[in-house]
Write a protein that binds this ligand. Structure first.
Ligand SMILES: Nc1nc2c(ncn2[C@@H]2O[C@H](COP(=O)(O)OP(=O)(O)OP(=O)(O)O)[C@@H](O)[C@H]2O)c(=O)[nH]1
Ligand SMILES: [Mg+2]
Length: 259
């Protein structure tokens, strides 16, 4: 008890000394010191905020059966998990890409989301796009022609979304299943998608007054549509989720989520 009292006495003595010192300092100097302290704290908080908000999410989209889930497992585990079924829920995880696990040094993990292609689950996309550093639109290069119209409609909706246009989220059109010789080339797929989107542009702008789902229009009026006209960068690449040939996909991810 006595010790505690001694401590109390000492602390109050120290406080008195400090108080006397502060009183000796001119008030304008005190204000300046306080202002500097507040300014540095704000600056540190701001820096922390900007560092945190840098997105590390890559969203995998595309029609059902295009191979998104197989690609997701290839990216994460380097295997296909013995085949998949139509996904009923988005698949998401944060991890270091399997292809980079042997690399030395600190590597930033990537958050990958695989949004199922079923039309009823597509609205889920709007939850993930605001945090996306990039989107991947997976196309089945084997069974492409019968699905060209549906793929173009999905792509049109994606490219006219406010979150994609305003933030200029880069898009990779990934032609998957190139392990089979009958797969179409990315150049062919790209051309067909552009042609189909061009047709959609005409039909959709005719009903644009009633249509509130597409927030932005695509391309340059009076010119045939080309992906080059998009405000965000659109590039194409090949992949085979089945055989694990995903180097172009990994390159795209690392270009937009810096290691
Ligand atoms: N030949 C070949 N088949 C593939 C490849 N990738 C996926 N597949 C097959 O395509 C089918 C669909 O693959 P998923 O990954 O389930 O497709 P998904 O895009 O996730 O489909 P949803 O979940 O319905 O949106 C499966 O039977 C896969 O085995 C590939 O690179 N080559
Ligand atoms: Mg799936």
């Amino acid at each position: 008890m006595q010790e505690l009292d001694q401590w109390k006495e000492q602390i109050s003595h120290l406080l008195n000394v400090a108080n006397d010192h502060i009183r000796e300092i001119p008030t304008d100097q005190l204000y300046a010191a306080a202002a500097i302290a507040v300014f540095t704290t704000l600056l540190l908080l701001l820096l922390r905020f900007f560092k945190r908000s840098k997105p590390n999410t890559i969203v995998l989209t595309g029609l059902s059966g295009s191979g998104k889930t197989v690609l997701f497992y290839q990216l994460r585990d380097g295997s296909t998990h013995q085949g998949t079924v139509t996904s009923m829920e988005p698949n998401e995880d944060t991890f270091i890409l399997h292809g980079e696990t042997t690399k030395k040094g600190k590597i930033k993990p990537v958050h990958i989301v695989d949004v199922p292609g079923h039309s009823r689950l597509r609205p889920k996309l709007d939850e993930y796009l605001p945090q996306a550093a990039g989107t991947v639109f997976v196309v089945d290069a084997l069974d492409f022609l019968p699905n060209c119209r549906a793929a173009s409609e999905y792509l049109y909706d994606l490219l006219t979304k406010g979150s994609v246009v305003r933030k200029k989220i880069p898009l990779l059109i990934l032609c998957n299943k190139t392990d089979k010789v009958t797969a179409h080339t990315k150049e062919f797929i790209c051309r067909q998608l552009e042609k189909e989107i061009d047709k959609l542009r005409v039909s959709r702008s005719a009903v644009s007054d009633a249509d509130v789902t597409n927030e932005f229009t695509l391309g340059v009026p009076g010119e045939p549509f080309s992906f080059k006209q998009c405000s965000n960068t659109v590039i194409t690449a090949d992949a085979s989720g089945l055989t694990g040939e995903i180097s172009q996909l990994e390159e795209f991810i690392r270009q937009h989520v810096k290691p």
